[in-house]
Design a protein around this ligand. Structure first.
Ligand SMILES: [Zn+2]
Length: 243
């Protein structure tokens, strides 16, 4: 198995062997700290969710995974800290989704989700592939590959070049507009493009003071692909050739 911790767990819990092996194999392919939901794994692995949860919990005791309490936005599935949510409820403040701005209902259910720990991440990163490719492989879903408008493509590449790759490195729409469209760009002209990218989950954003946008894992992968395509000229095709 990839993690020696998995071996130790399987040795101690032979009834979980099959699930431990499968989870271990999937975890080995992840090199981002994206939240991992036992329900998604049980679906892909065709294993009982209870068993997946047991394995995740055991991996958490061995510091391969970190367990966190989160609340999930019903509209955009963004996960937010359950502690911050509880505090807002206590203070009777509205608690807004950082992804879409929707206010969480006071009785939102708290989920337990997992992430690879920093030390586990260092070990999986050795065999890194673009994060979106990993997640889509993991969950058996296709990364969004529908064609993007020219402007949307410019924005994605500009955001990659600005290193806006997570919420801590978010950039304002003004900065992105200048990078993508030049110095006299009107950030308002990008509003529709940003909304489109967000609907397609290629970017995420935080509104209000100090807000900004950043690329999601899928957005990073798409931007890298676009940038590579820009660098690699298309093969020359003779104009008279017909197929
Ligand atoms: Zn949301």
């Amino acid at each position: 198995m990839f993690f020696h911790e998995s071996e130790a767990i399987a040795a101690k819990h032979p009834d979980l062997l099959r699930v431990v092996e499968q989870v271990d194999q999937r975890l080995a392919e992840i090199s981002s700290s994206a939240p991992l939901r036992p329900g998604d794994f049980s679906c892909v692995l065709d294993a009982e969710e209870n068993q997946v949860i047991s394995v995740f919990e055991l991996l958490a005791t061995k510091d391969v995974l970190l367990a966190e309490q989160m609340v999930e936005c019903e509209r955009c599935q963004n996960l937010m800290s359950a502690n911050a949510f509880r505090e807002a409820v206590r203070e009777e403040d509205p608690f807004e989704c950082a992804g879409c701005g929707r206010v969480f209902p006071k009785r939102s259910p708290v989920l337990r989700v997992y992430r690879l720990s920093a030390q586990a991440l260092r070990r999986t990163k050795a065999s890194a592939r673009p994060p979106a490719a990993q997640i889509s492989k993991l969950l058996g879903v296709q990364a969004s590959e529908e064609p993007l408008s020219d402007r949307a493509q410019l924005v994605l590449v500009a955001m990659l070049e600005l290193d806006a790759v997570d919420s801590d490195r978010r950039r304002s729409t003004e900065e992105i507009a200048i990078k993508a469209l030049g110095n006299d760009a009107d950030p308002n002209a990008l509003k529709a493009v940003m909304a489109e990218l967000k609907t397609r989950r290629l970017i995420d954003s935080k509104t209000g003071r100090g807000g900004g946008c950043w690329l999601t894992d899928a957005g990073i992968a798409r931007a890298q692909k676009l940038r590579n395509e820009q660098k690699t000229p298309q093969p020359f095709r003779h104009p008279s050739r017909t197929d």
